[in-house]
Design a protein around this ligand. Structure first.
Ligand code: ZN
Length: 298
């Protein structure tokens, strides 16, 4: 066996390199206010108005010394860029995958790099709103902000059409089959145990020849139309009139429909025509109402 050829052995090893990094006066004050007060502060240049977070003692634009101009910024902000960490390295704060993002806090002009949680990786995008979650156990590092959590900026409730959005001719409906159970529940709600609704033998003696639903029962089916569809959530109905045309029998399917017929500019209310039909398209009732549409979102 020859040892002449020049094999090159490679031996893997690791050097541990403990070190200390002095955060400086500016960086220290930044971290301390997060650790002790749960407040995020930046430095503001009075000359150009820029607020730096993380703070820096000199304005990069004006070269002004701004090291004493501390201002509070909000702990909410917007993601301006991000990457998804997918490989594992021992120095990482936790196991991948996770999102590392640039977060521009409200009130700041420069972004801060941090972890974002609370969103599926596939749904992550720039422009998403986030809020700082402070660490329960402080370490005197930037990880005293534990992470930024995505906040839902959708309105809590999907309000209905405002006056300006409503147009004459818009309509909406709601349908429901009226069962014997509905009639019994309605008798309980209203206290109206009239035998024409409850007692078949009595009802045979009436002009209808059988039990019918309370008039207010099909009438009430307009409430989900006005209150949740048109105009929708936030609507107030100051006036409603109904004329009954035909009884509602057990098992009838009633469709309540509302249509905008007039916009009353002076009051910013609308007038709506209402009708109720059964499964045979027979008119059960007609009516009208005034509706005060919801105010637009603030
Ligand atoms: Zn400046």
């Amino acid at each position: 066996m020859s040892t002449v050829n020049n094999d090159c052995f490679v031996i893997d090893g690791k050097l541990a390199l403990p070190y200390q990094y002095f955060a400086g006066r500016t960086g220290s004050r930044f971290i301390i206010s997060i650790r002790d007060e749960k407040k995020i502060r930046g430095l503001k240049c009075e000359k150009c108005g820029k607020v730096f977070v993380p703070p820096r003692s000199t304005c990069e634009r004006c070269f002004e010394d701004i090291s004493e101009n501390w201002v509070d910024v909000k702990n909410t902000g917007v993601v301006t860029g991000f990457t998804i960490i997918r490989y594992k390295e021992p120095h990482q704060p936790f196991d991948p995958p996770y999102i590392l993002a640039m977060v521009k806090l409200d009130g700041a002009d420069t972004p801060l790099a941090h972890i974002v949680k609370g969103v599926a990786l596939s749904k992550m995008k720039t422009g998403i709103k986030v809020k700082a979650v402070f660490a329960k156990k402080t370490t005197g590092t930037i990880m005293d902000i534990d992470h930024f959590r995505v906040v839902d900026d959708k309105p809590k409730f999907e309000m209905g059409y405002s006056y300006d959005e409503l147009e004459v001719g818009m309509s909406a409906s709601f349908s429901k089959t009226i069962s014997e159970t509905d009639v019994y529940l309605f008798a309980g709600i209203s206290g109206d145990f009239n035998p024409m609704h409850m007692n078949e033998e009595f009802a045979k003696l009436t002009p209808f020849g059988t039990r019918i639903a309370h008039g207010a029962l099909p009438q009430s089916l307009i409430a989900p139309v006005l209150g949740t569809k048109l105009p929708g959530l936030g609507t107030v109905i100051p006036e409603i009139t109904v004329r009954f045309k035909r009884p509602t029998y057990f098992g009838d399917t009633i469709t309540a429909t509302g249509e905008v017929v007039e916009k009353i500019d002076k009051k910013r209310w609308v007038r709506m025509e209402l009708n109720w039909t059964n499964q045979n398209d027979e008119l059960v009732a007609v009516g009208s109402c005034l509706a005060i549409p919801p105010a637009p979102f603030k």
